[in-house]
Design a protein around this ligand. Structure first.
Ligand SMILES: Nc1nc2c(c(=O)[nH]1)N[C@H]1C(S)=C(S)[C@@H](COP(=O)(O)OP(=O)(O)OC[C@H]3O[C@@H](n4cnc5c(=O)[nH]c(N)nc54)[C@H](O)[C@@H]3O)O[C@H]1N2
Ligand SMILES: Nc1nc2c(c(=O)[nH]1)N[C@H]1C(S)=C(S)[C@@H](COP(=O)(O)OP(=O)(O)OC[C@H]3O[C@@H](n4cnc5c(=O)[nH]c(N)nc54)[C@H](O)[C@@H]3O)O[C@H]1N2
Ligand SMILES: [Mo]
Length: 783
């Protein structure tokens, strides 16, 4: 649908619309005839791992599980479109920068290594050898290895990630910012001291057994469509599914499974959430603490009356510390504070607590709606406190489920892509390879931007991703990248990061997941780890998009050779020739990967051990910890409200249905009823009226931060939406310019992209930058 409209979407998620959309994307991307075969190979034992998301598959051996957005991710990679040297010759970089991200993506797969030529302001083809020599020359000329920064996006395979961290550490730095810093960092930071692991404790089997599934701050209908299949099965067998989300999300309400012939034929659908709570943005800590307060009050009453206890006394006594102090803190928190900050009433929270208490086993899932706030770590620890109360960890059908984003973001961390590596891991690298890895912590994403801004970071190398658009504070980030001597991007498609470059710049095109990776020893498979710690093989089936492409492991190996030459203790060529050799090295560094090559060849792969899932607690006390947190009342939004005389809103930045992070597939967001437009601001109808505006008006946003820097994003179309008062939502990355670099999660330093204090003004066309507020078509708005 090309006409711009905003109207409610009343159909279930999934269904025929999902199938139609896939067909449309395959046609738009000119996916070749074997495209269907490509789709059928996604997540098959002998196929490739879907590059879409990190949700696991049923045993990874089942028949094709249909997923609309997985299909789009596959189609985007299997496209026939090509961004060739001729394409780059036709446009200066200044010209390319005027096009939208959607257009850049649409140019298709990169085919040749390209080097920026300042004289003509163009990217020109360069040989691989020259490209590696250029990077090596820059790296070796640095005063310290710590002046180089190595970013990773979470599609990188285990093999490539392992080689990458090995090269960078042998070169001499721990500067590993990654997409995880902007994503689930608070989950690891919160859970590790509390239960001794930073990963989810559940498997898919637990979803078959859970009596209740709580979902906080996640939009699975768009971002993890295969999760809907699990939720639907759970709903059908009577499990309670409780959603906490300020926005009404279609995919959390109703789902028609395209795999279910009867449902499709009869136009039926399955109810997903049994209960839907709409807290204020950032109100989850208060909401969960309120649930806990009800549970503890019920327990206290039971104790007084001699009834059966509500909390799991045996579990708490044997497995945890800190319960008494925690309970005292909860008792001390006033209901008024809980209600005001969560935006939910005591009665609503009692209903949620009732579901929790009635369930023998509970899973708590969470996503970006929880992790991208100042108080994210505390909120996650509160969710885990809730689980601990009734022993909902390490028993069937129960546990913690942070739902990861990128398909191998969890594996990349396992392989050592981390700016704060554990000493024991570095010791192991030293034993196995015989070099002294650097011990000092490196830059995370925010640290990297700061370092590039002030000249401490001089070379920026990105293994995938789109750093210029994914990061906060777009203006500052762009200045940071432009301040570098050299920027290098290993990528599959052109994106804005290639246009916001250093004095010298390279684009290095790589193979995608779907493509055959031919090396000396024959076609190679790589491995990935999903959100539930299953490790399995992924082998491409398509011919590469161009003969010039190298695999990511080959790029790392050849760069390492060029940079370290005789200095290196690692046989890079041999490793690149046969990835089994890389896996043997991984096995010798990580005990959990013993017999890696044998075990990963069993269909379905293997699951990495999870100590918390076995009730072994690798914490300082040897037990799981209850950790008390006050309901925060001094967040940036509170401070902005206290100091501004205008209506201050809390803005959350979310994904549409037609995007993969910064990759924009299309301009629709079907489940929210948005067609043909991305500059949309979702607001409560009463707030729109309070502003003296109307749905359909264009508005400008300014974020409020006490650093005095003005930050604007302009030309958003106001849309009335079912969202609490005082809360707004708009799409990422159009709104990233509003997120201050200095605003991040306590301890985890994740940018606070889900809670930005903003004020709203009528759009002023005089201030709009190119691309902001297109004034083309009249807009039909139905609310
Ligand atoms: N198709 C597709 N799939 C993807 C991605 C993609 O862009 N496209 N991205 C991948 C990646 S990297 C990730 S991390 C995941 C992201 O997947 P999600 O975690 O689902 O990501 P978001 O769309 O950012 O937002 C999540 C939800 O949080 C809600 N929310 C916002 N603020 C709050 C709050 O304060 N409290 C609560 N309770 N909820 C809130 C929003 O309304 C939204 O429904 O998906 C992965 N999968
Ligand atoms: N405001 C706001 N900002 C956010 C978020 C938010 O919710 N709101 N979410 C954050 C989150 S959760 C994340 S994970 C980050 C994402 O940050 P990134 O991971 O940096 O961004 P992506 O958009 O996923 O990267 C897309 C690019 O990856 C490249 N690519 C695709 N496949 C491959 C491959 O196989 N190999 C290589 N080398 N390159 C490939 C393509 O060139 C594509 O342009 O953004 C964060 N930023
Ligand atoms: Mo993510």
């Amino acid at each position: 649908m090309s006409r711009k409209t905003i109207r409610p979407y009343n159909r279930p998620a999934g269904g025929w619309d999902a199938l139609r959309n896939v067909a449309r994307h395959l046609i738009e991307q000119d996916v070749p005839v074997h495209g269907a075969r490509t789709l059928l190979s996604a997540n098959q034992p002998d196929g490739f791992d879907c590059p879409g998301c990190a949700w696991p598959d049923r045993d990874h051996t089942s028949t094709f599980e249909f997923c609309e957005n997985g299909a789009k991710a596959v189609a985007a990679e299997a496209t026939k479109h090509r961004a060739t040297p001729e394409f780059f010759a036709r446009h200066t970089v200044a010209e390319l920068a005027r096009y939208s991200d959607h257009w850049l993506e649409d140019q298709g797969r990169l085919t040749h290594p390209m080097r920026y030529d300042a004289a003509s302001d163009r990217y020109l083809p360069v040989s691989w050898d020259e490209a590696f020599a250029l990077v090596a020359a820059h790296l070796n000329a640095l005063a310290s290895p710590d002046e180089a920064i190595f970013y990773t996006s979470g599609r990188t395979s285990n093999e490539a990630a392992f080689l990458y961290q090995l090269f960078v550490r042998e070169f001499g730095t721990n500067n590993f910012p990654d997409c995880s810093n902007m994503c689930h960092e608070p989950s690891g930071t919160g859970m590790t001291p509390q239960i001794g692991v930073g990963k989810g404790t559940v498997s898919l089997h637990d979803f078959e057994l859970a009596d209740a599934i709580f979902i906080f701050g996640q939009n699975p209908g768009t971002n993890h469509p295969r999760m809907l299949g699990e939720l639907r099965r759970a709903a059908k067998r009577g499990a309670a599914i409780v959603a906490f989300n300020p926005l009404r999300e279609r995919g959390l309400e109703r789902f028609a499974d395209p795999q279910d012939k009867l449902e499709m034929l009869h136009g039926g659908s399955t109810r997903i959430a049994s209960d839907y709570f709409q807290p204020r943005i950032g109100g989850d800590l208060a909401a969960v603490k309120g649930i806990i307060k009800h549970v503890l009050e019920a327990d206290e009453a039971a104790r007084r009356e001699g009834g059966a206890r509500v909390v799991d006394v045996d579990f708490i006594t044997r497995h945890t510390t800190g319960f008494a102090a925690f309970a005292a803190d909860v008792a001390d928190e006033a209901w008024d504070t809980i209600e005001a900050e969560s935006g939910l009433s005591r009665e609503q929270l009692l209903r949620a607590a009732g579901i929790y208490m009635a369930a023998g086993s509970v899973i708590c899932c969470w996503g970006m709606g929880i992790t991208q706030h100042k108080h994210s770590v505390a909120t996650i620890q509160m969710i885990v406190n809730l689980l601990l109360l009734r022993g909902n960890l390490g028993k069937p059908g129960a546990g913690a489920c942070p739902v990861r984003g990128h398909s191998n973001v969890q594996g990349d961390r396992t392989m050592g892509i981390y700016e704060k590596p554990a000493p024991a891991f570095l010791d192991r690298l030293q034993q196995v390879f015989g070099f002294d890895p650097p011990r000092e912590h490196g830059f995370d994403t925010i640290g990297a931007i700061e370092a590039m801004l002030d000249g401490r970071g001089k070379v920026f190398f990105a293994m995938g991703g789109n750093f210029a658009m994914a990061t906060p504070d777009t203006d500052a980030t762009h200045r940071a990248l432009r301040n570098c001597d050299l920027t290098v991007h290993v990528a599959t498609k052109p994106n804005r990061s290639h246009l916001v470059h250093g004095r010298e710049a390279l684009i290095l095109p790589c193979l995608g997941r779907t493509e055959i990776d031919m090396q000396e020893a024959g076609p190679q498979a790589v491995t990935v780890e999903d959100s539930m710690s299953m490790v399995h093989l992924s082998a491409g089936i398509n011919a590469p998009a161009s003969d010039e492409l190298l695999s990511e492991p080959a790029i790392v190996a050849r760069l390492a050779e060029a940079t370290l030459a005789e200095r290196s203790r690692v046989p890079w060529r041999q490793l690149m020739a046969d990835y089994d050799r890389i896996r043997d090295l991984i096995a010798s560094v990580f005990d959990d990967f013993h017999d890696f090559n044998q075990r990963v060849r069993v269909p379905g792969g293997f699951r990495l051990p999870n100590s918390a899932g076995e009730r072994r607690w690798k914490t300082s006390s040897g037990r799981a910890a209850f950790i008390a947190h006050r309901v925060p009342t001094d967040l940036p939004v509170h401070r902005a409200r206290a100091t501004s005389d205008r209506l201050v809103f809390n803005l959350s930045t979310v994904r549409s249905h037609d995007q993969y992070n910064t990759t924009i597939y299309g301009l629709d967001d079907r489940y929210r009823g948005v067609f043909g437009e991305r500059r949309v601001l979702f607001a409560n109808a009463e707030d729109i009226a309070a502003l003296g505006l109307q749905a359909g008006d264009r508005v400008d946003l300014e974020s409020l931060c006490d650093d005095g820097v003005p930050r604007h994003a302009r030309g958003f179309l106001l849309a009335a939406y079912d969202i609490p008062r005082g809360c707004l939502a708009a799409y990422y990355p159009e709104t990233n310019a509003l997120v201050p670099l200095s605003s991040f999660a306590d301890q985890a330093r994740t940018p606070t992209s889900k809670s930005i204090p903003v004020v709203v003004s009528p759009h002023d066309p005089a201030t709009a930058k190119p691309g902001e507020a297109p004034r083309d078509i009249a807009i039909a708005v139905h609310d």
